[in-house]
Design a protein around this ligand. Structure first.
Ligand code: 8YV
Length: 314
């Protein structure tokens, strides 16, 4: 690799990735710059790649500030922090990290379902606080056999479905169009899906069309016994509506790995025992994060060696 190629990392995401990028390129850490404006004045001309993730990517402003930008390689499967249209217009290539994280994210979705219904986190607190000696824990809710509804039947949605099937859960889904390749029941509206399932899982990409796809109407359709699982993106859900539904008992529970304004989480949720709150860790295992990092590097190397990209988006 040509070690003079400038690569800009948008925010901290993986020490292993930083090390590997350092070995191959001239790596700039955007978050460590005292003034981004000054930094760009000095180095914009030498940056040919941006590495972003689910927190920071390449918006129109950054893309316009980097005249030599050739590729955005995202350490995420989600592309919502990248201005894809702008990249297309300017002929900037875009790659992401699909497949390598599918199993982890789907595993965590099932973990959240079990944790919410069986109150696993509450049970753990009960033991740690010494409350077991005072009496048995309250009865909880069975997971096996519950009707699971999935918004978005892409790689992750399908992996969640496959796992839930092993728990004898009937599967239904919503997506833009029916998938002829599966026998899962299709609903052409999210409200219909929510009315006909016990657990609703958000597993679609965040786009302008799917922003707040889980709104008040959907939450009310899911109802006081229903559970929402979000392993997609915070802005898929109208968060104030979700919070009020949980507080008022109009929704049975929620398992959330993502939030609208991460790392801010609505404090009203902290007092509720029917919610499980995770700090966006769907892909957060050593194995998967390293595989994602290898894919980011593989894409950058392919690009700069004029070879086909491994996981091209644009
Ligand atoms: C990461 C993600 O949490 O792949 C995605 O879309 O949200 C994640 O895997 C993130 O990009 C890690 O920094």
């Amino acid at each position: 690799m040509d070690a003079s190629i400038g690569v800009l990392m948008a925010c901290p995401m993986s020490l292993y990735l930083e090390q590997e990028l350092d070995k191959r390129f001239r790596l700039f850490r955007f978050w460590a710059q005292p003034s981004r404006q000054e930094f760009l004045k000095t180095h914009a001309e030498s940056i040919r790649a941006v590495v972003g993730n689910a927190t920071a990517g390449a918006d129109a402003e950054l893309i316009d500030a980097l005249p030599k930008l050739e590729i955005v390689s995202s350490f995420s499967v989600g592309l919502d922090k990248i201005d894809l249209n702008k990249c297309k217009e300017k002929g900037i290539r875009v790659t992401n990290t699909p497949d390598v994280l599918t199993e982890d994210v789907a595993d965590l979705a099932i973990g959240l379902m079990l944790a919410v219904l069986r109150r696993i986190c509450e049970c753990d607190k009960h033991v740690r606080k010494g409350l077991w000696k005072m009496g048995d824990f309250q009865l909880t809710t069975k997971f096996s056999g519950k009707r699971v509804g999935i918004i978005g039947l892409g790689r992750i949605g399908l992996a969640v479905a496959k796992r839930a099937e092993a728990f004898d859960c009937p599967i239904s889904y919503y997506s833009r169009s029916e998938k002829p390749s599966t026998n899962y029941k299709y609903h052409s509206s999210v409200v219909d899906l929510a009315s006909n399932c016990d657990i609703l899982v958000v597993a679609c990409a965040l786009t302008p069309e799917t922003h707040h796809i889980v709104n008040r109407e959907v939450i009310n359709a899911l109802g006081p016994k229903g559970v929402l699982i979000n392993i997609g993106r915070g802005p898929h859900v109208d968060e104030p509506e979700l919070v009020s539904a949980l507080v008022e008992g109009r929704l049975g529970g929620a398992g959330l790995d993502v939030f609208e304004k991460e790392p801010e989480v609505p404090e009203q949720l902290f007092g509720l025992d029917n919610v499980v709150l995770l700090p966006h860790v769907g892909s957060g295992t050593v194995e998967t994060r390293n595989a994602m990092a290898d894919l980011v590097i593989g894409n950058l190397e392919a690009h700069f060696l004029n070879k086909p990209l491994l996981t091209p988006v644009v």
